[in-house]
Ligand binder design. Structure first.
Ligand SMILES: *Cc1c(COP(=O)(O)O)cnc(C)c1O
Length: 388
């Protein structure tokens, strides 16, 4: 029997070790890992640069309180700011903590300028921002909030794409709009460029903040360092996590100078956030995934993979409804429930994960090889044939 609580629906499989895009299971089988810990293992498993960074630091200092200077964190924060819109960073340990911190930064900003009545955060219904009390009420999903007490005030939702409702819900209390540029859990749904641009204009006009949750779609996953970059806009606050640690738990909230002004000493903190072990790994990931050449390769692989998947869609119109996504954040939307399909892919050696709207989410490591994409395509084709 298992002494772990039953809050996960785990598959009956465990792994001995991983190398690159592959996982080696205790059952003796080898799997192509296109889950990547849900967009976490951005450089696959056992990447030598990450192992070295962790090994070296583990012999020096594991943990230091944020009461002291942490040079490794200074270094990563500088890289993140030089690469993006941001002026300041606060490190956390997970995505939900990063979105929580984003909400706190937005509210604290309005408090600090004498507008404490502005605290409401406007979000997309059934989006995903994590599992803390604030984050579940931000998403407004019945499934996630049911049984967890009274509805937390300060959050309002609108339906994805319902621009009228969005505008109607902005009022005197509104502090920020928080959206995922590409909805991950919700089914790989992308906010179009023009729409992000309109969102920015709307926030400017209403003097509210724009929070873009890049926890899943960020850190080069989309083929750009941040998914919103294509729109050329600048958000005010961006929570990140998943991909930046390459498997080491790291979260962070990035912000501009204006909103950072509210975060004076004592307003936020985290015991573990930004500890040296995490920071050296984050620096190593950042150095690899943020280079122009790396991003160009993600785009090239993506173009090939997406067009091949679209060919499969044309070949199996009864099974595949739509191919979604950008970069290596990809969804195959089926016409029916995807559970059995995902199981069959796994039986054939390909690990994928579900998302909303009957979508099979495919998240290869960002350094995946073309021949590994080809193997995945072969397996997907085989399973399509079986279900056809
Ligand atoms: C995964 C995710 C989160 C939450 O991250 P955790 O590390 O699981 O807390 C928040 N926002 C988005 C968009 C995510 O995909």
């Amino acid at each position: 029997m298992s002494y772990l609580a039953k809050n996960y629906n785990r598959k009956n499989i465990a792994f001995k070790y991983g190398k690159g895009s592959y996982l080696y299971a205790t059952n003796g089988k080898k799997y192509l890992d296109f889950v990547s810990g849900i967009a976490v293992n951005s450089l696959g498993h056992s990447h030598p640069k990450l192992i070295n960074a962790l090994k070296k630091q583990s012999k020096k200092i594991w943990h230091i309180s944020n009461a002291f200077q942490i040079p490794e964190g200074e270094k990563l924060a500088k890289k993140l700011c030089k690469k993006t819109f941001a002026d300041y960073v606060i490190f956390q340990n997970s995505g939900a903590e990063a979105t929580e911190a984003a909400i706190k930064v937005a509210r604290r900003y309005f408090y600090s300028i004498g507008k404490p009545h502005k605290y409401e955060i406007l979000c997309v219904k059934n989006s995903f921002h994590g599992r803390t009390i604030a984050a579940i009420f931000a998403s407004g999903s019945k499934k996630m909030t049911e049984g967890f007490g009274p509805k937390l005030p300060g959050f309002t939702t609108f339906v994805f794409g319902d621009h009228k409702a969005l505008k109607k819900k902005i009022n005197k209390k509104t502090a920020a709009i928080m959206v995922e540029p590409i909805m991950g859990e919700g089914g790989i749904k992308e906010i179009p460029v023009w729409c992000l641009q309109e969102l920015r204009k709307l926030c400017n006009k209403k003097k509210i903040l724009l929070i873009l949750d890049e926890v899943q779609c960020g850190i080069s996953r989309s083929g750009d360092f941040f998914a919103f970059e294509k729109s050329k806009i600048k958000p005010d606050i961006v929570p990140i996590a998943k991909g930046i640690g390459g498997g080491f738990p790291i979260g962070a909230v990035l912000m501009n100078k204006k909103v950072a002004s509210g975060m004076i000493p004592g307003t936020h903190g985290s015991t573990f956030g930004g500890n040296p072990l995490a920071m050296v790994v984050g620096n190593a990931v950042m150095d690899v995934v943020s280079s122009k050449r790396f991003l160009k390769n993600v785009k090239t692989l993506s173009k090939y993979f997406l067009s091949s998947l679209n060919n499969l869609k044309d070949k199996y119109p009864k099974i595949i409804k739509e191919i979604r996504g950008r970069g290596l954040l990809i969804g195959i939307q089926l016409k029916k429930d995807q559970t059995k399909f995902i199981e069959k892919l796994m039986d054939n050696g390909l690990l994928t994960i579900r998302a909303g709207e009957n979508v099979i989410r495919i998240l290869p490591p960002l350094n995946v090889k073309k021949k590994e994409l080809d193997l995945a395509l072969k397996i997907i084709n085989q399973v399509c044939k079986k279900f056809n």
